[in-house]
Design a protein around this ligand. Structure first.
Ligand SMILES: Cc1cc2nc3c(=O)[nH]c(=O)nc-3n(C[C@H](O)[C@H](O)[C@H](O)COP(=O)(O)OP(=O)(O)OC[C@H]3O[C@@H](n4cnc5c(N)ncnc54)[C@H](O)[C@@H]3O)c2cc1C
Length: 431
């Protein structure tokens, strides 16, 4: 057993909110905005200095498709569309209906990539600041969830590491959008990491952006280098997001593991940049514009919830009565070690659904989980982890939290009919 010490301390109490959202990524921001739009007092806690999660601090993009498997029918609307419309006001987005695959916006990938949404990540930071402010969300950046106090199957208080020190806050309902299921895990919910048998997660990638690319040199698939450095054109002239090498077996819940992985990934960025400049038409004069401050983690913990979405559900398109989101992207499971190859090994249904029960953890009553850590088989998460789906889940979690507060009940006991009616009235697509 590791050595331990006991640490007892009085810490400031920062007050009560109807809803506290931990983690300000695609799921968390949407959850917070939605709960606040439903007239609840909301605190949104984010450990970095920006909202957007992987979409901003991870420089991940484009938003993956919001259409069905074959790219013909729109399956994600709601708050995702509101974000696109706001980005459009800054001329910082190519809307999904404007883009098709294969193209420079999909790095010439064809399968499942019709109608992606190319966006500028700094504009997204601005848009998310505006949307949270307009909704009246209280945002605490640079503040990390570290622990919670639980009694009688409920979270009573959460402990946050603010810049001024540890502080406590509480709420009627908590929403865990940390991408690591940090809150669920600290509250004692059963979680598992990565692939069920091996616990190995999907690999991590440090994303970066280059500017000064001559598009006309890169317009055809044959322009891609032998080593396919995947580069995705953003809405800004000559600017591309690069998603290339991978670091395997990274435990995103362990500082040592993340430290080693990030250092390795930084070297990989240099290697990828070299391949781009030396072997890729159009990139001869490209310059690194920015490297993501945060390592891109595709998979971490999954919670054990009231329902575990299976691979078969994704293959068959199981139409759950309590569905709160629809998606159509393929099961994008990257190799888990250097010897494996290929993703998209199993074909998905034309569209598939996310049941509300998979956001409700077993064992803690006043907690909802949204985003990539919901209750599902590791492989099933391959598609639904993408940002449009995470936003749709966040929106549903936000509405559900507001309903639980209004009805003085636990999230598990809200009316699903009412939840679905509100979601549809806000543009969510559930059929
Ligand atoms: C390399 C890579 C490429 C990808 N490519 C695409 C793509 O092209 N298109 C696409 O749509 N999706 C893509 N994805 C998937 C997508 O980015 C994520 O699955 C998605 O962002 C998940 O959203 P989330 O809100 O669940 O989690 P995250 O985006 O991970 O957000 C979690 C947030 O919580 C914060 N946080 C973490 N711990 C704490 C804590 N203890 N306290 C407070 N805050 C905390 C984090 O800082 C972060 O802001 C990619 C992912 C990676 C890693």
């Amino acid at each position: 057993m590791e050595n331990t010490i006991q640490y007892l301390k009085e810490i400031p109490y920062y007050g009560h909110f109807d809803v506290i959202v931990l983690g300000g990524g695609p799921a968390g921001v949407c959850a917070a905005i939605e709960a606040a739009d439903n007239k609840k007092t909301v605190l949104l806690v984010e450990t970095t200095g920006m909202l957007g999660g992987m979409a901003t601090s991870g420089l991940v993009g484009p938003f993956m498709t919001c259409y069905d498997r074959d790219g013909n029918i729109l399956v994600v609307g709601g708050i995702f569309r509101r974000i696109i419309d706001k980005l459009n006001q800054y001329n910082a987005v190519y809307k999904p209906e404007e883009l098709d695959s294969p193209s420079i916006h999909t790095s010439f990938i064809e399968r499942y990539h019709r109608h992606v949404t190319a966006f500028d990540s700094f504009a997204l930071q601005i848009v998310l600041d505006e949307m949270t402010q307009d909704a009246g969300v209280e945002v605490m950046l640079y503040t990390r969830f570290v622990d919670c106090i639980c009694e009688n199957g409920k979270i009573q208080k959460v402990v946050l590491a603010a810049l001024e020190g540890l502080v406590a806050v509480d709420a009627d309902v908590y929403i865990d959008c940390t991408g690591n299921a940090d809150v669920a895990n600290a509250a004692g919910v059963n979680t598992y990491k990565g692939e069920e048998r091996s616990s190995v997660p999907q690999p991590a990638t440090l994303m970066f952006e280059v500017g000064g690319v001559q598009d006309e040199g890169f317009m055809t698939r044959s322009a891609r280098p032998e080593l396919p450095v995947k580069a995705y054109r953003t809405p800004l002239d000559g600017k591309y997001k690069v998603n290339h090498y991978r670091v395997f077996d990274v435990d995103a819940t362990n500082s040592q593991s993340m430290t080693k992985a990030h250092i390795k990934a930084r070297r990989q960025v240099l290697d990828a940049y070299k391949v781009l400049r030396e072997k890729t038409q159009g990139f001869e004069n490209a310059q690194i514009a920015q490297v993501a401050p945060v390592l891109g983690v595709r998979e971490s913990r999954h919670i054990t919830g009231k329902y575990k979405i299976t691979v078969n559900d994704i293959i068959n398109g199981t139409k759950f009565d309590d569905r709160i989101a629809t998606y159509g992207y393929g099961m994008d499971v990257h190799p888990r070690n250097e010897k494996e190859s290929g993703n998209f090994k199993i074909e998905v249904a034309q569209k598939y659904y996310i049941p509300y029960r998979s956001l409700i953890p077993e064992g803690i009553d006043n907690l909802i989980v949204a985003g990539k850590t919901i209750s599902c088989e590791s492989q099933a998460a391959g598609g639904l982890r993408c940002m449009p789906c995470a936003m749709a889940m966040g929106q549903a979690a936000g509405v559900a939290s507001a309903l639980a507060v209004e009805n003085n009940c636990m999230p598990e006991n809200i009316s699903i009919d009412t939840l679905q009616t509100i979601l549809k009235s806000k543009g969510a697509i559930l059929d």
